[in-house]
Design a protein around this ligand. Sequence first.
Ligand code: APR
Length: 231
Amino acid sequence: MRIVVLTGAGISAESGIPTFRGKDGLWNKFRPQDLATPSAFERDPVTVWKWYDWRRQIIAKAEPNEGHRIIARMEQEFDDFYLITQNVDGLHQRAGSKKVIELHGNIWTLRCTSCSHQKTDYRAPLPEIPPSCERCGALMRPGVVWFGESLPEDALNLSMDLSRSADIFVVVGTSATVYPAAQLPILARSSGAKLVEVNPQETDLTSYADLSVRKKASDGLREVLEFIYTN
Ligand code: APR
């Protein structure tokens, strides 16, 4: 039985990391077009880097929560298990997940805007804003996917294949509003998977779900495990 889990910012909410939408969401306080687009970075790399450095500092102080740990345990328990995440915080890996498909990149990766150099840098705060490439001196950018950019091709293709072949597709903590990630649960459901949602709020996916658990991730995932064992 192939189990695929897709997570969004909500899985990290219990770790104290702000989500993007909803009442305390980042996009209520900041405009994505000012901070999370290629043109914003071109126009004002210092402001964009200050915002990512601020988020990196929040994440650095955060710990994985029970929801991350349950998913890491699922990877151990089920031999045909895959995790796809929209999150860039790296908390799944810190909770013990080994196979993490990162659709939107990773906030700890820095990528040169000129040469092919990229590196993982966990320093928070960064000593130099904006950081420059130690190879060629050009500006480094956060290794995340911005609005208007394409997702890493391998990650997206693998995620589409896994969605088509899933027996159970579990969606945790996403508003399911950003494509192409939001397409994956629909693709899974239309390919015959049982769709399970964990979210304190209803989303556009709720009406498609075979089971929709109106709880936060850590509590809801326990209920999902029972559903999996009985299906
Ligand atoms: N447990 C589970 N879900 C939660 C919790 C919680 N404790 N708290 C909030 N949520 C839910 C919210 O109800 C919401 O549906 O998590 C969802 C978070 O939605 P968004 O903030 O839109 O985050 P996400 O869906 O991951 O956004 C997708 O948008 O800004 C871009 O690239 C960014 O990856 C992100 C993408």
